[in-house]
Design a protein around this ligand. Sequence first.
Ligand code: GAR
Length: 204
Amino acid sequence: MLNIAVFASGRGSNFQSIIDSIKAGEIPAEIKILVSDTQTAGALKRAEREDIENIYINPDHFETKKDYEEELLSILEGVNTDLVVLAGYMRILSPLFVKHFKNRIVNIHPSLLPAFRGLDAQKQALDYGVKHSGCTVHFVDQGMDTGPIIMQAVVPVKQDDSADDLAARILKEEHRIYPESIKLIAEDKITIEGRKVKILKEEN
Ligand code: GAR
């Protein structure tokens, strides 16, 4: 059984999609804790509702980012975390943190990486005029949105889309590929070779 810790800053709909897949028996994993850096995050309320241990940690209460992350690490160790799942966590983890959980942190980003890294990816895609965008699940390395890619989904961009329209279309796919990716990890079906993530095929 894979022990998961989820980090979320906002609404938490991806967090919910993972909860739902676990509850449906689709992923051999347990969410041990939800950590948020935002007191009003919807994700905290979802965790309460689902009876999942949850904690709000105010980064401003720490003198340095290192202190903040040391607190995070001790929480993660306290629940024997195997995998850290970033689900709309809007902070960049330091190289030290990433090293500590090397190849054991995953993120979802609302674009087809390497296009449109960083904030407001859906608006970036619209402004650029691409005809397709989508979402990417990837391992977190020391860059921003640069780690090895596990899964991607493509969605069309429509002529009159607002950023919200596109975000909603992408979100539907996020809710599909994030649980699927975590399932592969939980079932130990993934290997990383350099930048490439290989998925072990089922034997017939
Ligand atoms: C999602 O669209 C996710 O891809 C994005 O934030 C949203 C969180 O929604 N993440 C990033 O932009 C990370 N750079 P949610 O709180 O409902 O899961």
